[in-house]
Design a protein around this ligand. Structure first.
Ligand code: PAF
Length: 282
């Protein structure tokens, strides 16, 4: 497994047309499942580890975000990963961080990242930073496929639409959605789970529980009420708990087409998100 710091080394023929798993490190079994899914497609797998400053808001956890490179490499090595790309901030943002934040803010994002008023409203600078870094990583790595977890469903939809809207830049790149991996009690795996104290960890079950309880509701209002009630009963502070169209992420009147339940909630200082497909009723 090669550790690659200099983007120039990515042009090595051994990594051409790779399967790519972009990450911010602090890897867990959810990332492991993305790597395994990429390996199934039979191309060399490249994983990037880059804690991207432009996708964190000024009051968010950029400084304290866990950085665990040795443990990350120990998780990746047995999975047969060909290369781990660990660029510096300067390599990704050669024009400097301030200029790059401005560039992220000026990007034209697909509607799915500006209209729903979910993550786009709660974290107004987040998707600009994600789109900027993912586009840059794609330009450097030039993968044939990229693998993203459904855990960050809104991010996944943004990247799918971003790539589709600019085939001149991204060519035939395939964006491959991969299912959320959960702990035994249903909590979606996330690098931020390690911020949770023991009582918070217990209460964090509320998100998957809320999605489960709402899953087979026959009315959108009922599903949304059940999600809120479940989150309240576990003592979480709900930012949103909604049912949306699975493709556009816009509000829906019923369950005739694929929909997604989407939740963001706070538990002390930690913000957690989760989502799941809801039942289709015709
Ligand atoms: O999902 C993540 O870990 C990040 O948002 C990503 C896609 C690696 C971009 O920094």
């Amino acid at each position: 497994m090669r550790i690659i710091e200099d983007p120039a080394e990515l042009s090595s023929s051994a990594l051409q047309g790779c399967g790519f798993v972009p990450t911010m490190g602090a890897l867990h079994e959810g990332h492991g499942s993305l790597v395994r899914r990429a390996a199934q497609d039979g191309r060399p797998v490249v994983v990037s580890i880059f804690v991207n400053p432009t996708q964190f808001g000024p009051k968010e956890d950029y400084a304290r975000y866990p950085r665990t490179l040795d443990a990350d490499c120990a998780l990746l090595e047995p999975l047969g990963v060909a290369g781990v790309f660990v660029p510096s901030v300067e390599a990704i943002y050669p024009s400097g961080l301030e200029a790059s934040r401005d560039e992220a803010a000026r990007l034209t994002l697909p509607q799915v990242a500006t209209e729903p008023r979910l993550e786009d409203a709660c974290r107004p600078t987040h998707f600009g930073g994600v789109a900027l870094v993912v586009g840059r990583l794609f330009d450097l790595v030039r993968p044939s496929a990229a693998y993203f977890g459904e855990k960050d469903y809104q991010q996944l939809r943004l990247i799918e639409d971003m790539v589709d809207a600019d085939r001149a830049r991204y060519g035939a790149l395939r964006v491959v959605p991969c299912p959320t991996i959960r702990e035994r009690d249903g909590l979606a795996m996330s690098s931020r789970n390690r911020y949770l104290g023991p009582e918070e960890r217990e209460a964090a079950r509320a998100l998957s529980r809320a999605l489960q309880v709402a899953h087979s509701a026959q009315r959108v209002e009922t599903a949304e009420r059940l999600m809120r009630e479940t989150l309240d009963s576990f003592g979480l502070e709900t930012e949103y708990a909604v049912v949306r169209d699975a493709r556009t992420l816009m509000p829906v009147a019923g369950f005739e087409r694929p929909t997604r339940g989407l939740i963001a909630a706070r538990l002390g200082a930690t913000r957690l998100i989760d989502n799941a497909a809801m039942t289709i009723w015709r």
